[in-house]
Design a protein around this ligand. Structure first.
Ligand SMILES: [Zn+2]
Length: 91
């Protein structure tokens, strides 16, 4: 799918239609010190095989893509409804 770099969208802060810039939402970096990660590294330690199964088969062959829009006037950022796409291009 092709998406325009700039779009005219409704901004709830400005309460008007303004020009928005489009970018893609990306997942943040994993923190190795968070509780789940600490527990998992402790569980993997020592003798024995992998304690939890690693998922290899996926029923879906696409990923959900979340476009992120930012108001040019007040720089209010929000997400647009996500869609399952193979490829997205911002032009
Ligand atoms: Zn705005």
């Amino acid at each position: 799918m092709k998406m325009h770099k700039e779009m005219n969208k409704f901004c709830p802060r400005c309460n008007a239609y303004t020009i928005h810039t489009v970018s893609l939402y990306k997942k943040g970096k994993d923190n190795p010190m968070r509780q789940g990660a600490r527990r998992y590294t402790r569980k993997k330690k020592g003798y024995g095989s992998q304690p939890k199964p690693i998922q290899k088969k996926f029923s879906k062959n696409t990923k959900k893509i979340v476009p992120r829009i930012k108001c040019k006037q007040c720089s209010y950022m929000r997400h647009m409804p996500s869609k399952r796409l193979k490829k997205i291009e911002i032009i």
